[in-house]
Design a protein around this ligand. Structure first.
Ligand SMILES: Cc1ncc(COP(=O)(O)O)c(C=O)c1O
Length: 388
């Protein structure tokens, strides 16, 4: 079956009640027919749910759908996107290992790499997204993993998945892609040779800003240690959140098409506006990696990054004049969201670190929703036209 049919029809076995829509399995544990069956299940001689920190029918359904959508062998789901990032790092890296990562990473991922991993004796090298020499030189004999995001947040730089996966193979490093911005619909890192793909399901998967969740999918041999880590340390996804997210995957394909077409139309409009200094969007032909983006992504995605004015006062005045977008730090919602990274999501980075991620006082991140794009254009225009 095609990917979207899988996301819509993929469902765990029906119960004796013959429900059409999958029920929520709000139970901490599962019962056994006998003491013998309990013993067999704990011994791994018979498969089945034991305890919801390990597995649950709702989380199993969500994992299966994620794997099908992304053409991955296996997966896990987690309590949040950060739990997915952290459990991937913590289950694969040990004292003495070295990590290579892109310098433009989500702020909290950057924090883990710089502030938590070093206390466990795990060293790192951060590399500029677009400098192939820097990537080649970053590897050390003890490099165990490479972690990137593409498109990056909020700079929307595109990293070459095929090239990086070949480099990782040469150095025997696990290649891990945070695929949050692209979603399994727009980009399938496994098809370009990645080993693991991470998601904050809180974003486009949920799509309505309701629940937190995360996922990691990829090669079975690399998923197993993450599953073992999760089942023992406990950042498991609740069955309730898994139920919401699994239902949400049924509409992800349709939504990403509309988020992307709205974003492209708005990006083209903003690029032609005299008050906008710079527009970054992967499917604009002016994007420096336009060809690469077209090669590895199905559509351009729902995020646009723009630069307007220069002083904080001007930028804040623009944000405050908009009537449709919500001012919030989330993204991937049916409602358009506006964020000022320098003073919110990326405010903990130094000015130098912000600039390395292409974030300035003038930078604004827009997560384009499902509204009628003509309304968004009209709203942007009225707020821009009031800029001096
Ligand atoms: C690229 C990326 N990875 C991970 C996360 C963390 O996800 P969560 O907020 O679900 O923990 C985010 C959140 O914005 C993100 O943008």
């Amino acid at each position: 079956m095609k990917e979207e049919t899988n996301a819509i029809r993929g469902q765990i076995d029906r119960t004796a009640y013959r429900e059409h829509s999958v029920p929520m399995f709000l139970t901490s544990s599962f019962i056994y027919k006998s003491a013998e069956q309990a013993e067999r299940m704990f011994a791994g001689e018979e498969t089945g749910d034991i305890y919801s920190r390990f597995t649950n029918p709702n989380t199993t359904e969500l994992i299966n759908k994620f794997c099908k959508l992304e053409e991955a062998e296996d997966g896990v789901v987690t309590a949040s996107g950060m739990a997915a990032v952290f459990s991937t790092l913590a289950s694969h890296l040990k004292s003495g290992d070295h990590l290579v990562a892109c310098s433009s990473l989500f702020g909290n991922t950057n924090y883990i790499i710089k502030n938590i991993l070093p206390t466990w004796g795990i060293d790192h090298t951060l590399v500029s997204a677009d400098d192939q020499n820097e990537w080649e030189e970053a590897f050390q004999p003890n490099t165990k993993m490479v972690l990137i995001e593409t498109p990056t947040n909020p700079g929307l730089e595109i990293l070459d998945l095929q090239w990086l996966s070949e480099l990782c193979k040469k150095h025997n490093a696990i290649f891990c892609v945070d695929n949050c911005f692209a979603t399994p619909i727009l980009q399938k890192p496994m098809l370009f040779g990645a080993d693991l793909s991470i998601h904050s399901a809180t974003k486009w998967t949920d799509g309505q800003g309701r629940v937190l969740g995360g996922a990691v999918v990829g090669k079975k041999e690399y998923i197993q240690p993450i599953f073992d880590f999760l089942r023992r340390t406990g950042p498991s996804l609740s069955p309730f959140n898994a139920w919401i997210l699994s239902k949400s995957l049924e509409t992800l394909g349709l939504r990403m098409e509309r988020h992307s077409s709205n974003a492209l139309r708005l990006a083209e409009h903003l690029e032609a506006h005299e008050k906008v200094r710079r527009v970054r969007y992967p499917f604009l032909s002016s994007h420096p990696q336009y060809e690469l983006a077209k090669n590895q992504m199905k559509y351009g995605g729902g995020i646009i990054t723009i630069d307007i004015g220069s002083a904080k006062k001007e930028v804040f005045a623009f944000i405050n004049r908009l009537t449709i977008p919500s001012i919030t730090a989330n993204l991937g919602d049916s409602r358009t969201i506006i964020t000022h990274p320098a003073t919110t999501t990326h405010s903990k980075l130094s000015k130098k670190e912000q600039e390395a991620s292409d974030i300035y006082m003038s930078t604004i991140r827009l997560s384009i929703g499902l509204e009628d794009v003509e309304d968004l254009i009209e709203d942007m225009d009225q707020a821009l036209n009031q800029l001096r």
